[in-house]
Design a protein around this ligand. Sequence first.
Ligand code: SAJ
Length: 435
Amino acid sequence: MSSLRVCVIGLGYIGLPTAAILASSGHSVVGVDTNPLVLDALYSGKTIIREAGLDDLVAEQVKTGRLVTSASPVPADVFILAVPTPIRGLAHKRADMTHVLSAAQAVAPVIKPGNLIVLESTSPPGTTEKLIRPVLEQGSGLTAGQDFHLAHCPERVLPGRILHELVHNDRVIGGVSHQSAEAARDLYASFVRGEILLTDATTAELVKLMENTNRDVNIALANEFALVAEHLGVNVWEAIELANRHPRVQFLRPGPGVGGHCIAVDPWFVVGAAPQFTPLIAGARSVNETMPRHTADLVADALGGVAGRRIVALGLTYKANVDDIRESPSSEVIADLRRAGAEVRLHDAMVEATQSVGELADGADCLLLLVDHSAYVALDAGKLGAVMRSRVLVDTRNFLPIPMWTEAGFQVVRLGDGRKLSLPSRVQPEMARVK
Ligand code: SAJ
C-alpha cells in the first residue's frame, strides 16, 4: 500500500505504539494528544509510557520525521481514535464516552471526502453507528459509508507485549459499510501479520467486549474456587493444576483482584447494554471486586488483627512486569489495611523506589506479595526475616518459593490455600477480620 497521512488521536498505551508502528511501516503520522507532557516528550523522541521496545521505536520514528506531534487534528487520509473509555458512577457503572466524543468532534471539521476514520477505543455496542457517526456527519457535512469510510477496529494487545501483539494478533474490523471495512483492512494490512477479519461495526464492538468479559468471568471462577478452597481447607493452586490436566479445562489464576482499565471495565459496558440478560457477567464482576477486601482479611487473619502492625506491600501495579498503577487492586488492599489501622509501607519492583525491600522490611510484621513481578523471585527470605519484627508472608499469587520462606522461619499464608491458615489468630477469626 502507498504511504498515507495518518492522524492518531490519543497517544496512550494503544495510540502511541500504533502511531509508531504505522510510521515504521512508511506512513506519515501525526500524533495528537491533549496532554502537553505527552507531546513534549514525543517532540524530543521520548515517551512517558514504559513498554518493552517502545522507547527505541518512537525515538527512531521521530528521528526519521515520519512521526510528528500536534495539539489538534490536522488534515490527513486516515484518523484513528485511540482515547480512553473509562467507567463512571459507583452504583450504576456506565461508559464515560467524553473522550471519544471530544475526539470525534475535533476530527469532524477536518474530514475530507475519501478519508477513513477508525475508532480503536473499546466502546459499548452501537458507539460507532449511534455516537460517532452522527457527530462526524454533522461536523463534516459528509455521509459516512458514502463520502468517507468509518470503521471500528478494537485494539487487543496485552500490556507488556504490545509491540509484538500489534503486529502478530488477528484483527477484527467492523465497518459501517463493507467498503469502510475494506478501507480499514487495507490500512491495517500494512503492518498486521495476523489475519484481518471483517464484520459490521456493532459486531466488532461486541466481540471486543466478549473477549475481555470472557477473561473476567474466568478469573472470577478461579477466585470463587479460591474462596471455596480456603473454606474447605484445600489448596486451590494444586486443585487448579490437577483440574487443568483435563483436556478441555483451563482455569486462570486467582489473585487479589482484577485491575487495569480493560478487564475490570469492559464487562460493565455489556451489563449496561443489556442488564436484564447479564446476571453471570455482573456476578463475576462482584466476585472479582470482593478480592481486595478478602486479601485484607487474609492479612488480618494471619496477624491476628492489623491495627498497629507494620506491613510491607510488594507490588502496586495492576499486574506483573508492567509499570501501570492505574486501577490496581493493590491500592484497594492497602487502603483497607490502612483504614483498619495498619502501617503499610509500599514497594514496587517496576516503579522507581527510594527504599529497598530490605529497608522497608526493617521492623515490619508482614510481607504482603500483591503482584508477581519477576524481580521478587530474588527476595532473600533469610535476610528479610532477620530484620523483621515478626515473620509473616502473605502470598496472593502463589509466586514465592514456600520452602525457602518457611525454612527462614516465616509463617506463610497463600491466597486460596486453606491448608495454610492454621494460625493461632484463627481461633477467633471474626474478631481478626478487617471490618
Ligand atoms: N489476572 C488474574 N488472573 C489471571 C489473569 C489475570 O487475576 O489468571 C488479573 C491481572 O493480575 C490483572 C487483570 O487480571 O489485574 C488483567 O490482566 P490481564 O493480563 O488479564 O489483561 P490486561 O488488562 O493487561 O489486557 C487485557 C487483554 N485481554 C484479554 O486477554 C482478553 C488484552 O488482550 C486487551 O487488549 C486489553 O485487556 C485491553 O486493552 O482491552
